[in-house]
Design a protein around this ligand. Structure first.
Ligand code: NAD
Length: 447
């Protein structure tokens, strides 16, 4: 089997490397010449645990190669995967499909013999049909089928997610294409991974329904956390208490500063737009988008409040900048709202992130970066934990206390136990962990 992967980003590179590990001959293509040059030199352009070894092994074995020349990759491939970006279109929030359609045209011009064209990018319902129409228009003679095969991997755990997924979803309407896809995913059949074959549109819809559901679950617990704070309840116990119910499940019930990343923000918005276009609005997801946007903005206010109502002239140490740990991805990270808002309020930002500082420096100005969490905290008036990297989970509290000018800790990921922190002498703020004493309800207070 030979495949081409168009787009060698977080998804294309991981997917390409994993397929090559299955024994498939994979050629990864990208328009970004610098990315391909680095890959050819054995350098991995993104941070993803385990990826370097996986790429190195498969390149050495001759199963994985990189090129900027789409023709070289596509000609003679049994399947061509489109794994290019589908960011939010500026202005209206629809998914920008220009990269997908451009790739479809280039594939059409270069494919030879029967080819299965697979959309791995997250694309709105109807995109697969459009890809089919574009290819048919360019190459009326060509023998091909279009499949949808959305990707569910999580950055930071991407290799395991690809190798041991909960399921694989394939939207496919031809037996010939189904056979090609079955052959590609055969190693997963052996570990009894459910492979869900559906119609093209259904598969596209599954990806958006999955992401918007997860974004809703996060937003739900975030709002419950806020209420817990007010009524004196502890959101961790609430999450456990509801999560043990098999109908609810324990995952995605961790309160935090609002979801970010390369998928949830743009996918929630894109589905809202699709639903509006079809006259079948998704009121719940519309609210989720709105609540999450406001939440990310409100996080800086929490930090300001913890600093006594003003951060003007104060130094805030920010620990963690990426949207989650184990990635260098800054796309839609809560830090992109928090840091500029604190700067606008007059704060000096000293930040540390194990992998995200280069990327963060491309998106935000005026940050002083430390080489460690402790260096960032040295002489700061407060520290805010924004991303829960493992190395922030067991900080030396005595050392922290000595380094900080004031013992103010704002833990937006609930990494620490409030009792321990307060016992250690910190003024500690976290999310949704009430003290057991309810604040007076607003209606009561007004009486
Ligand atoms: N990142 C994730 O965790 C994740 C998970 C599941 C699904 N997805 C989806 O997968 C898709 C890709 O996401 P990503 O995070 O890998 O994006 P990315 O931005 O990291 O990578 C996309 C790559 O495609 C390249 N590219 C664009 N047009 C090209 C063309 N015509 N020919 C060759 N290369 C081209 C770009 O240069 C870039 O390197 C998106 O639709 C995304 O929603 C992402």
């Amino acid at each position: 089997m030979r495949i081409a992967m168009i787009g060698t980003g977080y998804v294309g590179l991981v997917t390409g490397a994993c397929f090559s590990e299955f024994g498939v001959d994979v050629c990864c293509v990208d328009k970004d010449a610098d990315k391909i040059r680095r890959l050819k030199q054995g350098e991995i352009p993104i941070f993803e645990p385990g990826l370097e070894q996986l790429v190195e092994g498969n390149v050495k074995a001759g199963r994985l190669s990189f090129t900027t020349d789409l023709r070289e990759a596509v000609t003679g491939a049994d399947a061509v995967f489109i794994a290019v970006g589908t960011p939010s279109r500026r202005g209206d929030g629809h998914a920008d499909l220009s990269y997908v359609y451009a790739a479809a045209r280039e594939i059409a011009e270069n494919m030879r013999g029967y080819t299965v064209v697979v959309t791995k990018s997250t694309v709105p319902v109807g995109t697969g049909r459009e890809v089919e129409a574009i290819i048919r228009e360019c190459r009326p003679d060509a023998e091909f089928d279009v499949c949808s095969n959305p990707e569910f991997l999580r950055e930071g755990a991407a290799i395991n997610d690809f190798m041991r997924p909960d399921r694989v979803v394939i939207g496919c309407e031809s037996e010939r294409a189904r056979e090609v896809m079955r052959t590609l995913y055969r190693p997963l059949y052996l570990i009894e991974t459910p492979i869900v074959f559906t119609a093209l549109e259904t598969s596209e819809m599954i990806k958006y329904a999955a992401n918007t559901f997860l974004a809703t679950k996060i937003t739900f617990i975030n709002e419950i956390a806020d209420l817990c704070e007010k009524v004196g309840a502890d959101v961790h116990d609430v999450a456990r208490g509801i999560g043990l119910d098999g109908r609810i499940g324990r995952k995605f019930l961790h309160p935090g500063p609002g979801y970010g990343g390369s998928c949830f923000p743009k996918d929630t918005l894109a589905l809202v737009k699709t639903a509006q276009d079809f006259g079948s609005p998704l009121r719940i997801i519309e609210t989720v988008v709105d609540v999450n946007d406001r939440r990310k903005k409100a996080m800086a206010e929490r930090i300001v409040a913890a600093c006594g109502g003003s951060v003007a002239g104060k130094t805030v140490a920010v620990l963690g900048l990426t949207f989650k740990p184990n990635t260098d991805d800054m796309r839609d990270s809560p830090a992109l709202d928090i840091v500029p808002a604190l700067q606008a309020a007059g704060a000096i930002i000293r930040a540390y992130d194990p992998e995200g500082m280069d990327e963060a420096a491309r998106h935000m100005d005026g940050i002083k970066f430390g080489q460690s969490a402790y260096e960032a905290m040295d002489g700061a008036d407060a520290v805010a934990i924004v991303t829960e990297w493992n190395e922030f989970r067991a900080l030396d509290l005595a050392r922290m206390k000595k380094l900080l000018k004031a013992p103010v800790v704002v833990d937006l990921r609930n990494v620490y136990d409030p009792k321990d922190m307060r016992a250690a002498g910190f003024e500690y703020t976290c999310i949704g962990r009430g003290t057991g004493r309810p604040a007076r309800a607003a209606s009561e207070a007004a009486q």
